[in-house]
Write a protein that binds this ligand. Structure first.
Ligand code: GLC
Length: 571
């Protein structure tokens, strides 16, 4: 199919296929994935049933009742495909087979069936910007300049000054071909050439394979990088001074939406699924082109609120600055405004980000109060809440002393870059400890036994040392635990038309201590108030007039907010 035909097709389809949620009164007309939260699992760290130190699919199946207790509609699994695991599965060597470390296809089919019996769908991660360098496609592509897959990847005779997202050059020399290949991420993750229709076809076939298995949708990885027009159109451009990141040169470039409309038409359309794209650097004002009536995905993980400590999409950890509350709130409010006619995935954590309690609350905040405060925001903004494993228990960052103790490939790149920029080991480690993705990847804590019940073997990453007090077993028994708070919030949100679909409005956006917003629908109104400081803060005059507190991280109600206090009021 030529390009013009698929664009025309896409326009025809998008005009009829999507009914804007905001024009529907009440939540009963919403889709299943809008009515309940989604739970994200990092399988390697969830539950090991075989004593090998890494989690597996059977472990997930075993814990489905636990997951169901959070009131979710779906589980998003980060990649479980065959992979050398250089980037823990985001380097795929076979798109349609399960990595033996996670189990086999029977385990997967069983997981889908058992989840379905509990009214939960399984959502897969599509990693379509790149493959592993061990993928047969790449092995063939690199073998010569004239094999059938010779242009399935991005090969050039010269390289640019682009720095890869995990550090080092974004180009790798290949002896066999006597050429460089582009890798946006690790050297072992060569970027696919989306300009080649055979590449696109092969990727769509892989996605359709999982749809045939009955999956409930897709999270689409690193999708903003698939179009690299500048390399082809302008020769070999170097990045401007001071910013030599591949991200700044290739993210979200013109023409990308043509590819994505084709993906939508060839894979997503006609299925009762949801899709959520990972899209660092799509600006809130551009969201309507990506989601909703004119868009291609149901939701988009844009990074504006989680990257508010970085100056642009190029996340250099040691160039981060302290978060200003008003900027964080603005990012959320802008995204809420930009998706008021479509839908938003609400998230504060995932497998790439530090734990939210450390990330968004000042040092010295009570961790349990902070976890509950963020949960209140997570469940009262408009959109689908995404809960990342452990977040519902109030997990916090881990801390290893030496860079050698970190598994996360991006931590090593970030450390090297910081050292190259003149930071001492100690200074560089401070940023690694703060931002490492391993913070989010320590094993799930099930009970107070050895390895927190995660494995009977040697855990691949050390269990957090708070596991005796912060684990599922202990929190189940405590009515005031973070876990039980999540359950209450989920039940409240899932049964409230106002919280599912009501209009969002932020109050006092310039206030640097409090986050206050309302949700309203048909004369009913909720208000969320959160104190982001470690001291008492007065609420604006009369704001609570006529309001009744329905849930908060302190039991009683005052007309001011105590340290890290958060509450939901109803009018
Ligand atoms: C996404 C994933 C991340 C991975 C990267 C490369 O950002 O979330 O974990 O390392 O893409 O695939």
């Amino acid at each position: 199919m030529n390009r013009r035909t698929f664009i025309k097709g896409a326009i025809a389809l998008t005009a009829t296929a999507y009914i804007s949620p905001t024009i529907v009164f009440g939540a009963e007309n919403f889709k299943w994935w809008q009515k309940k939260p989604v739970y994200q699992i990092y399988p390697k760290s969830f539950l090991d049933t075989m004593g090998k130190g890494t989690g597996d699919l059977r472990g997930i199946t075993q814990k489905l009742d636990y997951i169901k207790s959070l009131g979710v509609s779906a589980i998003w699994l980060t990649p479980i495909y065959v992979s050398p695991m250089v980037d823990n599965g985001y380097d795929i060597a076979d798109y349609t087979a399960i990595d033996p470390r996670f189990g086999n296809m029977e385990d997967f089919d069983n997981l889908i069936a058992e989840a379905k019996a509990r009214d939960i769908k399984i959502v897969m991660d599509l990693v379509f910007n790149h493959t592993s360098d061990k993928h047969p496609w790449f092995l063939e592509s690199k073998s010569s300049r004239d094999n059938p897959k010779a242009d399935w990847y991005i090969w050039r005779d010269e390289k640019t000054n682009w720095r890869g997202i995990f550090g080092g050059s974004a180009w790798q020399w290949c002896e066999e071909r006597q050429q460089y290949y582009l890798h946006t991420f690790a050297t072992q993750q060569p970027d696919l050439n989306w300009e080649n229709p055979d590449v696109r076809r092969a990727l769509y076939d892989a996605a359709n394979f999982w749809l045939d298995k009955g999956v409930g949708g897709f999270r689409i990885d690193a999708i903003v990088y698939i179009k690299k027009p500048k390399i082809f159109a302008d020769g070999t451009p170097d990045a401007p001074d001071g910013s030599c990141a591949v991200h700044n040169m290739t993210a979200n470039t013109d023409g990308i939406l043509d590819f994505l409309h084709e993906l939508k038409r060839e894979v997503f359309d006609g299925h009762d699924i949801f899709t959520v794209g990972e899209a660092n650097s799509v600006k809130p004002e551009d969201l309507p082109l990506w989601v909703g009536e004119r868009g291609v995905f149901d939701m988009l993980f844009e990074f504006s609120h989680v990257n508010v400590m970085f100056n642009n999409g190029d996340e250099v950890w040691h160039r981060s600055h302290p978060i200003k509350l008003s900027e964080f709130k603005k990012a959320l409010s802008d995204s809420q405004a930009a998706t008021k006619n479509s839908w938003y995935p609400i998230y504060f954590e995932n497998h790439d980000k530090p734990r939210s309690v450390n990330n968004f609350f000042p040092h010295g905040s009570d961790k349990i109060l902070a976890a509950k405060a963020l949960a209140i925001i997570l469940f009262t903004l408009r959109g689908t809440p995404f809960i990342y494993q452990g977040e519902e228990l109030g997990f916090t960052n881990t801390q290893f002393d030496s860079i050698d103790d970190y598994d996360d490939i991006s931590s090593h790149g970030a450390y090297d870059l910081a050292r190259a920029d003149g930071l001492s080991d100690k200074e560089a480690m401070r940023f690694v400890q703060k931002f490492s993705r391993d913070n989010a990847r320590t094993p799930m804590q099930w009970d107070s036994s050895k390895n927190a019940g995660f494995t009977t073997g040697k855990a691949w990453l050390p269990v957090h040392d708070d596991f005796k007090t912060c684990n599922v077993e202990v929190e189940e028994k405590n009515p005031n635990s973070v876990l039980n708070f999540y359950r209450k919030l989920s039940a409240l949100r899932n049964s409230s038309d106002v919280l599912i679909s009501g209009r969002y409005e932020e109050l006092y956006p310039k206030n640097e201590e409090l986050y206050i917003f309302t949700r309203s629908l048909g004369g009913k109104k909720f208000m969320t108030v959160v104190n982001f400081t470690t001291h008492k803060v007065n609420l604006p005059d009369k704001i609570l007039n006529g309001a009744k507190k329905i849930l908060g991280n302190y039991a009683d109600a005052k007309n001011y907010l105590r340290a890290t206090e958060a509450a939901i009021y109803e009018f």
